[in-house]
Ligand binder design. Structure first.
Ligand code: GLY
Length: 389
């Protein structure tokens, strides 16, 4: 009896996510949805060969994007995650086909989104297959991204658009692209990528955060002096507000930086960001945030399931490094359970997207309360990370 009790407790502790969410069934549903998506994509393409990846639903139609879109790598990543969980060769075949569509981005120096595009597709594929061709594409992409680094500022430039508003904009989202650079140093032994990533993370830590560890969205820099010119938002409620996905990118980003550097300052930063998010009085009970923590109409504001998915995935990783492991893991379990129970699309609907209720950009009334490919990507990543916790 005693042995049985001990075993049962062990299983419960070890498989806490699995006790709340039946992973085989959730992944079986994700496979069904993705099969729907694979049928919907060719129909939505309507002969436009440059449209390669599904992004969202717009005006009742499936919206596809070209490889240059910042979200083009997420659907290939979803396919790789299905391959990772199921081991089925069909998913690898599809993942390879959709990943190949992104390859041309390796020389596109016009954006900082290289990590999102190339690392979520080729990077995930490389982790699972060790394909040497993928390795070369990751390295070339890191070289291209590095050209956007300005040593005076100490950051990679994020956007080239809105030149009339910002001279050298850096957005908190850019923390996510550093993973590609850290990996490129691991693959090549060339420390220049690592040094750029560390400089960017340090400059961002200095200038993007408020005393409460919430972050601004956009910091504009003077490239002559390196000084901060403006602290703005683009997708949040206001310049002074806390845009939820931005807080999620910061949490995930500094946790990932700690993985590669073991710099305790990054761990502390990630923990402080987590505290801001998780203890926020306007965080809903189900831990799926409104699009902005300071949105004036809360509780009648749209949620952002994508932010919740990024937060959950980041917390699972953070739980592997922190003294507060149990708290982070349990919180991630709660988020993933709530997303699974209340935010999934019914099977066969919504063109095969997995999660509903994400918000792209409320201020421009774009992609409000819709499925988004990156919500699905980080949700599946969180499920896979939670599986072994
Ligand atoms: N990186 C753009 C966004 O989070 O919407």
């Amino acid at each position: 009896m005693r042995l049985l009790g001990t075993l049962a407790a062990g299983v419960l502790l070890h498989g806490a996510l699995q006790a709340q969410v039946k992973l085989p069934a959730v992944f079986a549903d994700a496979e069904k949805q993705t099969e729907v998506m694979l049928k919907a994509v060719p129909e939505a393409r309507e002969g436009k060969a440059d449209l390669v990846s599904p992004r969202t639903i717009e005006n009742g139609k499936l919206k596809l994007v070209a490889s240059r879109d910042w979200t083009s790598g997420f659907f290939p990543g979803v396919l790789w995650f299905l391959y990772e969980y199921t081991g089925k060769s069909e998913w690898q075949t599809q993942a390879r086909a959709y990943t190949a569509n992104i390859e041309r981005e390796k020389t596109n120096a016009g954006t900082h989104d290289m990590g999102f595009k190339v690392y979520c597709s080729f990077g995930t594929g490389y982790r699972l297959t060790n394909d040497a061709a993928y390795r070369d594409i990751i390295i070339q992409s890191a070289k291209t991204l590095s050209t956007r680094f300005n040593p005076k500022v100490g950051c990679l430039r994020s956007w080239d658009h809105h030149k009339e508003v910002w001279g050298f904009p850096v957005i908190i989202d850019n923390m996510m692209n550093l993973e590609l650079l850290f990996e490129a140093t691991k693959l090549t032994g060339d420390s220049s990528f690592y040094k750029i990533a560390v400089a960017h993370a340090n400059t961002t830590m200095k200038n993007h955060f408020r005393p409460d560890f919430s972050s601004f969205h956009v910091i504009d820099y003077d490239t002559v002096t390196g000084a901060v010119v403006k602290k703005n938002t683009h997708q949040g409620y206001s310049h002074e507000s806390a845009w939820s996905r931005g807080q999620a990118w910061g949490l995930y980003g500094y946790t990932m930086c700690y993985r590669y550097t073991k710099d305790p300052a990054y761990l502390r930063q990630a923990e402080q960001i987590a505290a801001f998010i998780l203890k926020h009085p306007r965080m809903p009970k189900d831990l799926v945030p409104y699009y902005d923590f300071d949105a004036p109409g809360i509780p009648n504001e749209p949620r952002d399931a994508s932010a919740a998915a990024v937060i959950a995935s980041g917390l699972y990783e953070l739980s592997g490094y922190s003294q507060q492991a149990k708290y982070y893991r349990n919180t991630a379990n709660k988020i993933v359970t709530n997303l699974t129970k209340s935010y999934r699309s019914p099977i066969g609907e919504d063109f095969g997207f997995i999660l509903l209720h994400s918000t792209g950009s409320k201020p421009s009334n774009s992609e409000v309360d819709v499925p988004l490919n990156y919500a699905d990507y980080y949700y599946l990543e969180a499920l896979l990370r939670g599986k072994n916790k």
